[in-house]
Design a binder for this molecule. Structure first.
Ligand code: CO
Length: 211
């Protein structure tokens, strides 16, 4: 059997088990999606949002990319954010990074990862530059990576708050609350490192006054 064929086989078994446990499972989900959460996570295969939070299909709207970045020219991310905030009306947006993130590690090096990855990782290097004094003082490579993982998550929450999508929702509906979390690959525990309630003021240069 080819590796991918096992996935299709497992899928049939999973679907059968779900229907066996709850005959209305799929018909209910097919008709309704009202997730309370938008999850912006790393693409890393070891950080599956539903498994680690004990949630079911239908509960979390998900966007994932390398090192969970919120970039203001990323049409993919912004479309997901717009849909989640303005149509699904999510109450919480969670940016979840993870300790030992390969994208963060790569960004700390001076290695040339070639055009596209260099372009993506540049955004993480910018986070490093902002916090250079603190990060340069950490000599242990793993600790440095993990601290940048935390700082990166915080910076991405700020990036969310800078968007007119979030600011408009804050003004009109006092939601969503923003959260910066970091998941531990070694113990499976999520560390909530940063929180920004709806309506929080940020550097005024980013605040729209005519929304
Ligand atoms: Co990662």
């Amino acid at each position: 059997m080819k590796a991918y064929e096992k996935l299709l086989l497992e899928n049939k078994a999973w679907a059968a088990e779900k229907v066996n446990d709850d005959p209305a499972y799929f018909s209910r989900l097919a008709n309704l999606q009202v997730p309370e959460f938008l999850w912006i996570g790393c693409s890393d295969s070891r950080v599956p949002s539903n498994e680690i939070t004990g949630t079911q299909p239908g509960e979390i709207f998900v966007h994932r990319n390398v090192a969970n970045l919120v970039i203001n020219t990323d049409v993919n991310l912004l479309s997901v954010l717009d849909y989640a905030v303005n149509h699904l009306k999510v109450k919480h947006v969670i940016v979840c990074g993870h300790y030992g993130c390969g994208g963060i590690k790569a960004a700390i090096t001076n290695h040339d990862f070639k055009a596209v990855l260099n372009m993506w990782l540049r955004n993480i290097k910018d986070v490093y530059r902002i916090h250079r004094a603190e990060l340069d003082a950490i000599t242990d490579a793993d600790k440095k990576t993990d601290r940048l993982v935390e700082l990166n998550v915080k910076e991405q929450v700020f990036n969310l708050a800078k968007t007119s999508i979030i600011q408009r929702a804050w003004k009109q509906e006092q939601r969503p609350h923003l959260h910066g979390w970091v998941y531990g690959l070694k113990d499976g525990i999520i560390n909530p490192v940063f929180e920004m309630n709806a309506g929080t003021h940020i550097d005024t240069i980013y605040e729209y006054d005519d929304l």
